[in-house]
Design a protein around this ligand. Structure first.
Ligand code: C5P
Length: 229
């Protein structure tokens, strides 16, 4: 058992996948199940942290003993995470956030005869929530991002991760191999944790709960902040 090494820490975790509405019945989404974020919330609570779970369309039940904040779109997730982050020590962005959303949300169902054989959709960029948190002053002491890369080559994935941690300005990046049979919507996971310099500080392969504990170990080793914003 891990003990209570996160007692007194206030941790915000985003989990699941956002949905960006096109019309009253359709959305753009992704295949994130929320399992890894839920496992992080469960593990953090078990280790004594006070956990806020910002949850976008979880396919698994949320753990007991966490403060659950349900959201749907990327903009809703941003508002919920930023509000919770104001009094948090740690933010872990495990959610799969849509990079783009439809430029307009139609009041009525889009009809197939209005577009013809090719339907063009205008999308606008969503804010990068992780990068925004990392730039904020003051900001949570530890900010952790995820990167779900599909490249088969481990060296190429690592290089993409190194670039991403620098671009986003987060403290740690969990690099996750994602494919049709691995990562999203599966029970187990295979990850490495990079620090700000892009160096590997921990790695894990196994259940999403054991991977969660490996990520939390890195946060414990990063130390306890002695001040709060
Ligand atoms: O750039 P990419 O989408 O691969 O980055 C993934 C990381 O950034 C995840 O931690 C995700 O939660 C976060 N993210 C975000 N806002 C976005 C897109 C991704 O915070 N608009």
């Amino acid at each position: 058992l891990a003990g209570q090494d996160l007692a007194g820490r206030r941790i915000v975790i985003s989990a699941g996948g956002t949905r960006e509405p096109l019309d009253p019945v359709r959305y753009l989404g992704n295949r994130s199940s929320g399992r890894q974020g839920v496992a992080l919330a469960e593990a953090a609570a078990a280790r004594g942290a006070s956990v806020i779970l910002v949850a976008a369309h979880l396919e698994v039940p949320p753990p007991a003993g966490v403060d659950l904040r349900p959201v749907s779109t990327a903009l809703e997730l941003q508002a919920a995470v930023e509000a919770a982050a104001a009094t948090a020590d740690v933010v872990i962005m495990a959610a799969a956030v849509a990079d783009y959303r439809p430029a307009e949300r139609r009041a009525d169902k889009i009809k197939k005869d209005e577009a013809g054989d090719t339907f063009r959709l205008d999308l606008v960029k969503n804010p990068d929530i992780l990068a925004g948190l990392a730039r904020a002053v003051p900001r949570p002491a530890v900010i952790v991002g995820f990167a779900a890369e599909t490249e088969a080559d481990p060296a190429a994935r690592l290089e993409l991760g190194r670039q991403k941690v620098a671009r986003k300005g987060c403290d740690y990046l969990v690099l996750n191999r994602v494919g049709w049979s691995q990562g999203f919507a599966t029970e187990s996971n295979d990850i490495v944790v990079l620090d700000r310099r892009g160096d590997i500080v921990n790695e894990a392969s196994g259940t999403k709960l054991s991977v969660a504990n490996c990520i939390l170990d890195v946060i414990v080793q990063a130390g306890t902040p002695d001040h709060h914003p």
